[in-house]
Design a binder for this molecule. Structure first.
Ligand code: RUB
Length: 312
């Protein structure tokens, strides 16, 4: 279980972070785990894979990409251990390949909504959102980016380093400066940890404030989300768990303030009415169409295959 435990630890401590990367890392860890699994029966194989899936799912609660990746990889029917192993490997390879291609396609689709001369604002560090921006830049469009710091973990610093590497004119702002710049923003593009059945977006804490500012200033607000960021669980009525992180991340010593505590949620929910469009690899969709994406692309919750995936 070493490689798998190592990946789980890296996801938990955020060495591996961002919903897409987490999903690909989980798929790859399950593949590695299946390859080294030494068991005699499919029943034992199922039980071990189930346990491995649980270890990964217990790392971070919010991003449904992790759950979807795990479900896609361990969805197999096999007569023998070798067949089951081959199926897990093929599923993982396919998931990773599709995931990388999806981000590229989202870049291609989303970049068409960016014009030369535009200023684009982004929040946190999303590969899908950055690919939309970089595709527009690579298409020769003259664009500027405003990136938020994204407290408390400051993932915005990763974003500005990536944009700098690409040679894109970028301005870093503190999160509370969003409204001050919004009148000069032509498009806001952010990533997604979850898109719910009603088209609401769960993303890095502060996203909903950015969306409200954009709405009030009449700047379009779009999300870039691979279809495996959509949540079949929400179609079955489940609420999205919002990760609450350690107060230590907020970096203030309050030990002498006995009436004060720190609340540090990792994500927030942007209602669908503040979202103009969601760029997916199957097209730019209005948030209200999320139900269709879940039903058509991720329908297993409605039609579960007998096997280990049902227990998760
Ligand atoms: C990252 C975050 C990103 C989404 C999408 O949060 O909120 O916007 O995960 O990222 P954290 P991507 O840093 O807590 O993981 O488009 O790369 O999947």
């Amino acid at each position: 279980m070493n490689g798998l435990q190592d990946t789980a630890r890296k996801i938990k401590n955020m060495d591996i972070r961002g919903a897409g990367r987490i999903a690909r890392a989980a798929a790859s860890a399950l593949k590695g785990f299946a390859l080294q699994l030494d068991v005699g029966t499919t029943k034992e194989f199922d039980a071990e894979m189930n346990m491995a899936a649980r270890v990964l799912l217990d790392t971070r609660p919010t991003a449904v990409s992790l759950y979807n990746a795990v479900m896609m990889v361990i969805r197999y029917k096999a007569e023998s251990v070798d067949e089951a192993r081959a199926s897990v490997v093929a599923n993982a390879d396919q998931f990773i390949d599709n995931s990388n291609k999806a981000v590229e396609k989202i870049g291609e689709i989303g970049s068409k909504r960016i014009q030369s001369g535009d200023t684009v604002l982004t929040h946190c560090n999303s590969m899908a959102a950055i690919t939309v921006i970089s595709s527009a830049h690579k298409a020769g469009k003259d664009i500027r980016v405003i990136a938020t710091e994204s407290r408390p973990r400051c993932q915005g610093l990763l974003t500005i380093a990536m944009l700098n590497e690409l040679g894109i004119d970028t301005t870093l702002i503190v999160d509370s400066a969003v409204r001050s710049v919004m009148n000069n923003v032509d498009l806001v593009v952010v990533g997604a940890d979850v898109v719910t059945a009603n088209g609401s977006l769960v993303n890095k804490i502060g996203t909903s404030q950015v969306a409200l500012c954009a709405y009030e200033a009449r700047s379009p607000f779009v999300a870039a989300a691979e279809t495996y960021k959509f949540s079949p669980k929400t179609l079955m009525g489940e609420m999205v768990p919002i990760e609450e992180r350690s107060p230590d991340e907020v970096a203030t010593d309050i030990s002498n303030l006995k009436h004060v505590k720190i609340f540090n949620p990792g994500f927030d929910v942007t209602p669908h009415r503040y979202i103009d469009m969601i760029f997916t690899e199957v097209g730019a969709i209005p948030p209200e169409m999320s139900y269709m994406i879940i039903k058509e692309k991720l329908g297993w919750e409605m039609d579960p295959t007998p096997g280990i995936s049902q227990q998760l």
